[in-house]
Design a protein. Structure first.
Length: 335
């Protein structure tokens, strides 16, 4: 058995580790503020318990990150404060909509934390991200169980599959744009369904944030996001409907009339730029990497290009408003 490495033997943080810790701080700060309101406004006991767990996890993570930043002599992000949320604002989101937020945060976490872990080498930082993965794996299991129990989980298509293994014998397998398309395969169905389900959630976030935003320019930005997502849904549904692939949809993205926004404009734009933007890029990229039919590749490439343009505009808007925190920079050693 080797002797456990003590903290004073640890090497300096790598740029990757600093970047991942910084991003984690902003993510957890955002989650704390969002779910303080969701917890206060939610009426369903099961969903409130999940929201409470997300809040407590965010608080404990931020506390641990504060210690790391202090020990490494790194500046702590300003992130989000009590000024970014009005927890006692009137209820805007239905309990089911809040549950979808819970699920979305777990999916984002199960995507970003494993990536951060694989990007780090220092034992204590790897342990930090491993604990986050374990916590959100447990949380995601519970969220999905609640959604299944309530009948609101958006299940992918369940189809009868061929039970024979075969090999592709012609390059026509890749066709779809001009020469006639073969049926979509299981990976393509899975990716298109995954993107479509996320687009349904994203669309209603844009609709709600448009109503909640104070600044006219931000309202317009969220409205453009909604229009873009509608185009995504329309484009992908052309493929799924032609193939008679069923796509489940939720009818409970209900929102109440807005009297006072529970979130600051800055918090909402950060959620859109990071949670909706970054995660959507990952989904589309994954779909492009596993799609072989040329017409689907064209559709996904167009979606990716338009998304990149939209979220670049969101970043510029954050910079214009003075809301974008500059990530840590290395010391300039140039003479």
């Amino acid at each position: 058995m080797g002797e456990q490495v003590s903290s004073h033997h640890f090497s300096d943080l790598t740029a990757n580790e600093v970047s991942n810790l910084w991003s984690s701080y902003l993510k957890n700060s955002m989650e704390q503020r969002l779910f303080e309101y969701f917890y206060a406004s939610c009426e369903d006991d099961q969903t409130r318990k999940i929201a409470s767990r997300i809040i407590e996890h965010a608080k404990s993570t931020l506390k641990e990150l504060d210690t790391i930043f202090d020990h490494e002599n790194l500046s702590t992000p300003h992130a989000f404060t009590e000024q970014d949320v009005t927890a006692d604002a009137h209820k805007v989101f239905s309990d089911t909509f809040i549950l979808y937020f819970c699920h979305d945060i777990t999916m984002l976490s199960m995507s970003t934390y494993p990536s951060a872990l694989s990007d780090c080498s220092r034992p204590d930082i790897r342990e930090f991200f491993q604990k986050r993965i374990e916590a959100f794996l447990s949380l995601q299991n519970d969220v999905i169980n609640v959604m299944l129990e309530k009948g609101v989980y958006l299940k992918p298509a369940q189809l009868e599959m061929e039970n024979e293994v075969d090999f592709v014998r012609s390059k026509k397998y890749l066709s779809g744009l001009f020469t006639g398309a073969r049926p979509v395969n299981a990976p393509e169905i899975a990716n298109l369904t995954r993107i479509s389900h996320r687009a349904q959630f994203s669309k209603m976030v844009f609709v709600t944030f448009h109503k909640l935003a104070h600044k006219v320019e931000l309202k317009e930005h969220f409205s453009q996001g909604r229009n873009g997502i509608e185009n995504v849904l329309e484009s992908l549904s052309e493929v799924l409907e032609k193939e008679n692939i069923p796509l489940s949809a939720s009818g409970d993205f209900k929102i109440s009339p807005v009297e006072m926004s529970p979130f600051s404009d800055r918090l909402m734009l950060f959620f859109v730029n990071t949670c909706l933007g970054m995660f959507c890029f990952q989904m589309v990229s994954q779909a492009l990497n596993s799609t072989l039919r040329s017409d689907i590749v064209v559709k996904l490439t167009k979606i990716s290009t338009k998304m990149r343009k939209y979220y670049s505009a969101g970043l510029l808007l954050a910079i214009k408003e003075g809301w974008f925190e500059q990530p840590p920079n290395p010391v300039d050693h140039k003479v």
